[in-house]
Design a binder for this molecule. Structure first.
Ligand code: FE2
Length: 278
């Protein structure tokens, strides 16, 4: 049996500079440092880490300068896509030329392909400058169609910040994903797309899409309140920091596990020498 390939997904670290807490409350830097330490200490270790956007909070150069050394502590390769809190040009300047952002420097958006792994990764830049919501342009969809067509037998993950669906959490649905229907039809034509891996919602959420599944990853620090009212206010809560661990095996497929990071009691055994503990 060939060895499984493990892809850890983390999302929305929202780092700030100068020791500031996000929204005056959240120690996002400490949270990301705890997540990096957790992934490095995992047994087995993830083979790669993907980070699905909102890398920093205000898209500033000084924030990316805080982010880079923290991610540099990861003992495995990592890959980035931007979110609506990022700034495309600042991110490009901070990471272009590095393996974590293998973009075509002549392209207007930060899209990329990683072909050298057991699972093909395609990063998509779903940001729209100045907007909270996201989407993909017709140019990006045409590019993606070509990329998917060139390796129809390679299991592929699409990584993008914005989930292309309505969640029911009122304040997160105000700006629907641009060209979502065309994107879904495109994905439906390429059954080798194993998953779409998204962020933005700071919660674990799943949805069927184009014949495959979307996994939305929790945040590394704060979580959006689970409030399915149309009038839901834009509130967050300090629920446990979470991540996803995607296990790829060529015969067994892709299985996604949710994990949390924090101090919890255990592990405790179910069994002792007499059997199940009563
Ligand atoms: Fe976010």
């Amino acid at each position: 049996m060939s060895r499984p390939f493990l892809i850890a997904q983390i999302s929305d670290p929202h780092l700030k500079a100068g020791g500031k807490f996000s929204y005056g409350v959240v120690d996002t830097l400490g949270a990301l440092q705890r997540m990096v330490a957790h992934l490095n200490a995992s047994v087995p270790q993830p083979d790669v880490v993907v980070i699905s956007g909102d890398l920093v909070d205000f898209g500033r150069a000084d924030e990316y300068a805080v982010l880079a050394p923290v991610l540099g502590q990861l003992t495995m390769p990592f890959y980035l896509v931007p979110g609506n809190h990022d700034d495309r040009e600042q991110l490009r300047m901070a990471f272009t030329g590095q393996a974590c952002l293998p973009v075509d420097t002549t392209a207007p958006t930060l899209d990329w392909v990683e072909d050298a792994l057991p699972v093909r990764l395609i990063g998509l830049d779903s940001t729209i400058p100045g907007a909270h919501g996201g989407g993909l342009t017709h140019r990006q969809l045409a590019w993606l169609d070509q990329r998917l067509a060139e390796r129809p037998h390679s299991p592929t993950l699409l990584i993008l910040h914005h989930p292309p669906f309505i969640t029911g959490i009122g304040h997160m649905d105000r700006e629907p994903f641009a060209n979502a229907a065309a994107f879904e039809r495109l994905v439906g034509r390429h059954p080798h797309v194993e998953r779409l891996l998204c962020g933005h919602l700071h919660r674990p959420i799943q949805k069927r899409f184009g014949g495959t599944v979307i996994n939305v990853c929790p945040g590394t620090s704060h979580q959006v309140v689970l409030d399915l009212r149309e009038s839901a206010p834009a509130h967050f809560r300090l629920e446990p920091a979470g991540y996803l661990l995607h296990r790829w095996h060529p015969e067994e497929g892709l299985v996604t596990h949710g994990g949390v990071v924090g101090d919890y009691r255990g592990p405790f055994p179910f069994y002792d020498a007499r059997g199940l503990i009563d």
